[in-house]
Design a protein around this ligand. Structure first.
Ligand SMILES: [Zn+2]
Length: 250
């Protein structure tokens, strides 16, 4: 009876969806028995093709099973206001909005890791007030850091001061699998992954603990090569959420 009431309250909070909505799937959670340092994340850009009620069901699943739900998006195509009601529901129901740094520090669910990729720092900075209003801490996975202007770097530091997590998304957004095929895995690590981490640390950010693969593209060999350097590796997409190591794929 209690469970039914909880489900109804989610639907009321989000205002749409069918009561039999499915959650996104096991591979989009961390914190379970089959944990991996390689984590799949569910896309929540405006172009997403899932019913909104599935997000409510996924947050409820995270709450009920003491897991962390992983979602990601991009500033040009993410409608942040689409998720305000979900942020508020999560906060009100003990599903904490957590960063990858929280996870690396040992956070245990229930939680929601909301991450945003790439280099749209001005757009991220414009989200400061609503993120603060809804109690959301975002993990920003930054690429092309070397191309950011001093003003954009200052914006990124302001976001970090707000409690958001600034993590690594490679030096120049190369496809890791293609790069490693052409130049070798050590070259990818040396040219794309480690500089992404080092540039942020050199600019005064806490040393990144997480790395998100551009396009989600990775292999188990790349994962093994990056494991000594990052507590978490994040991937996306059906092609790259490999079945025998990422997240909690059935
Ligand atoms: Zn990207």
């Amino acid at each position: 009876m209690m469970r039914r009431m909880v489900v109804l309250s989610i639907l009321a909070a989000c205002g749409k969806g069918a009561p039999d909505a499915k959650h996104f799937g096991e591979r989009f959670y961390s914190g379970g028995a089959n944990g991996s340092h390689v984590q799949c994340s569910k896309g929540v850009d405006r172009t997403h093709e899932w019913p909104h009620a599935e997000l409510a069901a996924s947050l409820e699943y995270a709450r009920a099973h003491d897991l962390v739900l992983h979602t990601y998006g991009h500033a040009p195509t993410l409608s942040l206001d689409e998720y305000f009601a979900d942020f508020d529901w999560a906060t009100a129901h003990g599903v904490k909005l957590v960063t990858f740094r929280d996870l690396a520090a040992g956070f245990h669910g229930p939680g929601w890791a909301f991450s945003v990729d790439d280099d749209e720092v001005d757009a991220w900075f414009a989200w400061r007030a609503p993120l603060r209003a809804h109690g959301v801490k975002v993990t920003f996975f930054v690429t092309n850091f070397a191309k950011l202007t001093p003003a954009q770097r200052a914006e990124l530091h302001a976001l970090a001061t707000d409690g958001h997590d600034i993590e690594a998304h490679s030096a120049t957004h190369q496809n890791a699998v293609e790069y490693a095929t052409a130049h070798g895995i050590p070259a990818y690590v040396a040219d794309e992954a480690l500089p992404s981490q080092a540039l942020l640390a050199a600019d005064g950010f806490p040393a990144p603990v997480a790395f998100s693969y551009p396009y989600g593209a990775h292999t188990h060999e790349l994962d093994a090569a990056l494991a000594p350097h990052f507590a978490w590796l994040r991937t996306v997409g059906a092609q790259w959420c490999l079945k025998d190591g990422d997240g909690h794929a059935p």
